[in-house]
Design a protein around this ligand. Structure first.
Ligand SMILES: Nc1ncnc2c1ncn2[C@@H]1O[C@H](COP(=O)(O)OP(=O)(O)O)[C@@H](O)[C@H]1O
Ligand SMILES: O=C(O)C1=C[C@@H](OP(=O)(O)O)[C@@H](O)[C@H](O)C1
Ligand SMILES: [Mg+2]
Length: 243
């Protein structure tokens, strides 16, 4: 579990509170999910792989990272190498095959690659489950990526004296090209909204656990508002049963 940066007993209480909140929220959504998979979408560096692991753990789901599955399928150690030896188009074909295979499975959290949203066929696969967009301001993405480096992200990997500005410029171009593609997701988790709710407005203070809690909240809103799914009881029927 990722704890906040505060120290001593305050930090311990925060961690316990977060863990309890995560558990409670996951129990609330599990019934309505009825085994459906969760697909995390969002730009490079938005935290899909990191938050995916937390969500899978609390939901008792398995976590898969589509980039890793493409590496396995192709038999190469990194996405960067696949782009270099083959091409982006080859990577995208394999990414779609991986998403197709995953779409017939249940109880998975899938951290997709940032570009998975651009192919309509991938949405056919992801719509078998529930998709969640991690919406992170470009400035925060560029800061994260310039800290960890771009070696594993070939679309951002250009030599530069100013890694932050280089990442920011390229991410802005990609965001423009991808337009509204991320907004096809069933639920949106906005880091700006979470930071505003916490009263500080600083997205860099949000832990992956904060984001996972918000994701469960948004998933909960989606699943309780959708029409009843076959074999499931909708929220109205549950209220009636409780009377
Ligand atoms: N909430 C967060 N705050 C700070 N750094 C984060 C947060 N979430 C993820 N990171 C870091 O940002 C980088 C990108 O995260 P990752 O989960 O790999 O994103 P994605 O899979 O969306 O590209 C990683 O180094 C990760 O440790
Ligand atoms: O946005 C993209 O087009 C890409 C995102 C990467 O995944 P992450 O979003 O996990 O970094 C990876 O699939 C590849 O480098 C291309
Ligand atoms: Mg990732």
């Amino acid at each position: 579990m990722v704890s906040s940066s505060r120290g001593g007993s305050e930090s311990l209480h925060d961690s316990v509170d977060e863990a309890l909140l995560l558990k409670r929220k996951s129990e609330e959504v599990l019934f309505h999910l009825n085994g459906r998979c969760i697909y995390l979408v969002g730009m490079m560096g938005s935290g899909k792989s990191t938050v995916g692991k937390i969500l899978a753990e609390v939901l008792g789901y398995s976590c898969f990272d589509s980039d890793k599955l493409v590496e396995q399928a192709v038999g190469m150690p990194s996405v960067a190498q696949i782009f270099k030896v083959h091409s982006e188009a080859f990577f995208r074909e394999n990414e779609s095959s991986v998403l197709r295979d995953l779409s017939s499975m249940r109880r998975l959290v899938v951290a997709t690659g940032g570009g998975a949203v651009i192919r309509p066929i991938n949405w056919n696969y992801m719509k078998k489950g529930l998709s969640v967009w991690l919406d992170v301001p470009l400035d925060a993405l560029a800061k994260r990526i310039s800290q960890v480096g771009t070696a594993s992200r070939p679309l951002l990997d250009q030599p530069s004296d100013d890694p932050y500005t280089a990442a920011f410029t390229k991410l802005s171009m990609l965001a423009e090209q991808r337009g509204e593609a991320y907004a096809n997701a069933d639920a949106r988790v906005s880091l700006e909204e979470i930071a505003a709710k916490q009263g500080h407005g600083d997205v860099s203070k949000l832990t992956p656990t904060d984001i996972a809690i918000e994701a469960l909240l948004k998933i909960g809103n989606f699943v309780t508002e959708e029409p009843a799914v076959h074999g499931q009881v909708d929220s109205q029927s549950r209220k009636m049963q409780a009377l």
